[in-house]
Design a protein around this ligand. Structure first.
Ligand SMILES: Nc1ncnc2c1ncn2[C@@H]1O[C@H](COP(=O)(O)OP(=O)(O)O)[C@@H](O)[C@H]1O
Ligand SMILES: [Mg+2]
Length: 594
């Protein structure tokens, strides 16, 4: 899985491809989207009416003193402005409506994609990057786009109609002024290049800001207990400072365009007055025509001055669209093989065969692991911290795929099963289980959303949660807060165990499920775990060796290698053995006075 550099150069083909891919998102709303842009045409063009009406007004009322025209023209101006106002509202409404719908569709697809990515994808990124990638990019791609496109089209048609007026009133003058206009538009061509260079850095800075917020939220307790407020403030200030500097840099690179266009256009007005006066005096055009011309010219140049900014926004939106599709076009690293079949949960052996694994190329974390578990056995993994125990069991639900070798259920490589069916048949309880904000019931039911009330009650009982739940006013419907913050460690663990109970998967992974608990909480959780282990093939990683004495097989893993394997009774007799020394160490520690 590789993401293209988010702001890197893209070829013309990709460029067109990305916009073609936008179509499915626009398609359901194409009519409204089209209307919102098309309505901008009359809104833009109606600007010309005011300029155009000045010619007959000047010539007929001022020069020929026609009272009829004096009535007729103001009414026409009011009428057209009213129509224009109505249309402006309609385009704004349609624009926002369609824009929001498209953003939602895009965000939904991005979210779906996000859920499909493998653990590694998230491990390698900060939360801020991920939020930016999947949320902010979609906002940037859509929010400004239609609106800016509308403004762009509107201004374009204002320009076209006003240029029409210019040529209608005096083609000689018009030629001069349009040439100036084209020159004034030239600086816009450099926007994309200039933005490209800074955009990547700017996104990084914005992401860092999001990450800081996230860390301050999640790490709140650590921040308080270590008095890290000052340190955090300083870090935050640095990030803000960086965001500020990049904003200014962005401004320096793009905002000069507007004043430069302004100056070039003022040359146009100067030329028009100079050349126009000459044409009036020489009798080529009437004074009315000139006033009309000048009004049209000023009306033409005014929107052009801000067109630069508008164009910047369109370019930025287009760049965000490219980033969005870079993500949507990325294939997640862990997906079903072609022809993968469903695992039905039935197998008699699980074999780790010549298995190697590395997170970082050429740094093997697991080296040539060979291990077989028979159905119903409990395999305990012990060893020094960082030895590779979690890495090994994590290969079963395919958090990552193995680098070499394979895991076989009977004779089938687990990569030949669909991910969904494989994960459906594996239950996991970690040291730190994620609980969602909501009620206890909702969190347990995640194990099996179709469970009956009876099954739920049984899971609660088997997880030794019934006493605790009995003390709660709202019982199972008690809110537990984000990440289950309102529960104690042992309670959280038991909710996770109840969840695994409902899932009732034939393969169970227990990764230090009791390690974070005090002795009293551990005793209850351990009893719950024993209930859970019943009738399952279990891989258990435990800190406290007393809890795994009865395992069918104890595997000692150090530095990614299996150094010993056998029952407790076998291993304890090996003099200077790895298991025996771990056991003795723990026994002495427990035996020693505190
Ligand atoms: N996502 C990761 N990326 C890179 N290295 C990792 C990652 N997770 C774990 N490791 C490394 O792999 C080794 C084994 O870790 P782990 O399986 O968690 O050990 P254990 O569970 O035995 O304590 C450690 O050296 C650890 O630093
Ligand atoms: Mg571990």
């Amino acid at each position: 899985m590789k993401l293209k550099n988010v702001t890197g150069k893209i070829t013309r083909n990709q460029f067109i491809y990305n916009y073609r891919r936008m179509w499915p998102y626009v398609k359901p709303y194409w009519f409204r989207a089209l209307m919102s842009v098309l309505l901008a045409i009359p809104v833009g063009s109606l600007d010309a009416v005011i300029a155009l009406s000045l010619k007959p007004y000047m010539d007929l009322v001022m020069v020929e003193k026609s009272i009829q025209t004096a009535w007729y023209i103001p009414l026409a101006i009011i009428l057209f402005t009213t129509i224009q106002g109505g249309l402006t509202y309609a385009t704004a409404y349609l624009n926002t409506w369609v824009g929001a719908k498209i953003t939602n569709l895009l965000k939904f697809d991005l979210y779906q994609k996000m859920l499909a990515f493998e653990t590694d994808f998230f491990n390698k990124r900060n939360s801020g990057d991920v939020i930016f990638m999947f949320n902010n990019n979609a906002d940037m791609a859509c929010a400004g786009l239609l609106n800016n496109l509308k403004t762009f089209v509107q201004k374009l048609f204002t320009a076209i109609s006003l240029i029409g007026v210019l040529f209608y009133t005096s083609w000689q003058l018009a030629l001069v002024c349009v040439t100036v206009l084209v020159v004034a538009l030239l600086p816009m061509t450099s926007v994309r290049r200039k933005l490209n260079a800074i955009m990547g850095k700017s996104i990084q800075a914005d992401s860092a800001l999001l990450t800081t917020y996230n860390e301050s939220f999640a790490g709140n307790k650590t921040i308080i207990s270590y008095n890290l407020e000052e340190c955090q403030k300083e870090k935050f200030n640095c990030v803000l400072d960086n965001v500020f500097k990049l904003r200014i840099k962005m401004l320096q690179r793009t905002r000069w365009i507007t004043p430069v266009m302004h100056v070039i256009l003022s040359f146009g007005i100067g030329l028009a007055i100079w050349f126009g006066s000459y044409l009036i005096i020489s009798g080529t055009i009437t004074a009315g025509a000139f006033v009309s011309f000048l009004t049209a010219l000023i009306m033409l140049y005014t929107p052009m001055k801000s067109l630069g900014n508008n164009f910047n926004s369109v370019v930025m939106a287009f760049m965000a669209i490219e980033r969005v599709f870079d993500i949507l076009n990325t294939t997640p690293g862990i997906i079903d093989r072609p022809g993968a079949r469903d695992f039905d949960g039935k197998m008699s052996t699980i074999t780790f065969k010549d298995l190697w694994f590395e997170y970082v190329p050429n740094v093997p974390v697991l080296k040539d692991i060979n291990l077989t578990a028979r159905r119903g056995e409990t395999i305990a993994l012990v060893g020094n911290s960082g030895g590779g125990k979690s890495t090994l069991v994590g290969r079963l639900p395919r958090f990552y795929d193995v680098t070499r070798g394979a895991i076989l259920f009977d004779d089938t490589d687990i990569r030949d099963f669909t991910l969904k069916s494989l994960r459906h048949h594996i239950g996991v309880v970690f040291q730190d289980n994620f609980l969602f904000s909501g009620t206890i019931r909702e969190n347990i039911m995640l194990g099996n959303e179709n469970a009956t009330e009876q099954e739920l009650a049984n899971a609660v009982k088997m997880a030794y949660l019934d006493d605790f739940i009995g003390t709660l006013k709202d019982g199972l419907d008690t809110q537990i807060g984000e990440r289950g913050i309102l529960l104690s460690g042992g309670q959280k663990q038991r909710v996770a165990i109840a969840r695994a109970f409902l899932k009732n998967a034939p393969i169970l992974i227990l990764d230090e499920a009791t390690s974070a608990l005090d002795n009293k909480a551990e005793a209850v959780v351990q009893k719950a775990i024993e209930n859970l282990m019943h009738d399952k093939t279990v891989f258990v990683i435990a800190h406290r060796l007393s809890t795994i004495r009865n395992a069918s097989k104890i595997v000692v893993i150090n530095h990614g290698e299996i150094v010993e394997c056998g029952t407790h009774d076998e291993l304890i007799t090996i003099e200077n053995g790895a298991y025996k020394s771990l056991y003795d160490m723990q026994f002495k520690k427990q035996g020693a006075p505190a």
